[in-house]
Design a protein around this ligand. Sequence first.
Ligand code: BGC
Ligand code: ZN
Length: 369
Amino acid sequence: MKAGAVFPGKRKIEVVALDEPRITAPTEVKLRMLEVGVCGTDREIASFHHGTPPEGFEFLVLGHEALGEVVETGPAVSRFQEGDLVVPMVRRPCPHPECAACRAERQDFCYTDDFRERGIKQQHGFMTGFVVDDEQYLNAVPRDLRAVAVLVEPLTIAEKALIQIYAIQQRLPWSSASPGKPHGRRAVVLGAGPVGLLGAMALVNAGFETFVYSREGTPNPRAALAAAFGARYFCSATVNAGQLASEVGNIDVVYEAAGATQTAFELLEVLGTDAVYCFTGVPRHGEPISIDAHSLLYHLVLKNQVILGTVNAGKDAFEAAIRDLGLFYRRWPDAVSALITGRYPIEEFLEPVFDRSGIKNIIVLDGRS
Ligand code: BGC
Ligand code: ZN
């Protein structure tokens, strides 16, 4: 079977031929891969800035945003049967007994950094014909989400962020999800990529007045999409952070999904009272930038602000993502479908990795690849 592989040592990227994997443990499941999404992380790996092959391999198979179909189950598998659609989790626990997070099946909070990530860090990814994985890392997806379920993994990033934002907002007992109680419910989403737009959908769905703030000028397809599901779009090149804040009112939540340090800090300067700012974008290393640290700290304290970073996702976020993607798809079928802008065969997997014009580009696998 074919696989999309990156050779960091040789600085080479190509389609390789691999043997089909076999079930070797009773709780394992064999999947025929259907689709794999590509994102900025894949671009970083394919630019040799990130990504580590598994031990004993010169290459890493890409692909962490995946949708597969069960073709075979080990004798002790209880939750899956042939034909089920599944989305696998990305991260695998570290081996250290003292890592409370991994031992509690919360490797997304791993303390040791010795976790592995499929398609990213020391474990092959899903951009291939067949994959074997333990059932504990698989999540069942309803059939009616077949066309869009490849969006589950990017949505989990937003879901993990929102779970934490909602937990922090519990300190504001007057801010509840019920309509008509606006306090705490104005959110700015920084970035209009898939993680930004899916997060914006989740915020709209949770009753937030939601503003998407991104660099592309209007009109553009991302802005049109945001409008279609009830968010307002502002272009960061023409509307500065101060102007955005006067449109929004008290910015209660910032959900950052752009990895653009400068704009992120400009937005931090106008963060509202009792607000939460959540970073999900991984910035590229760049020149140092200057910020007014005195004023940031002053506001952080005097305005009860919380700043948090978040990465990867646990089982709770996968379950929330599958549930919410179903809700979004029923509420805004066209907007959800429009997030997937390009489909490529595995032979052309590099094109969507480096072409940044679409929103979510995917590799369509056929099992025989
Ligand atoms: C993935 C996460 C992963 C992170 C860092 C992201 O693209 O969605 O699951 O933890 O990259 O490697
Ligand atoms: Zn990704």
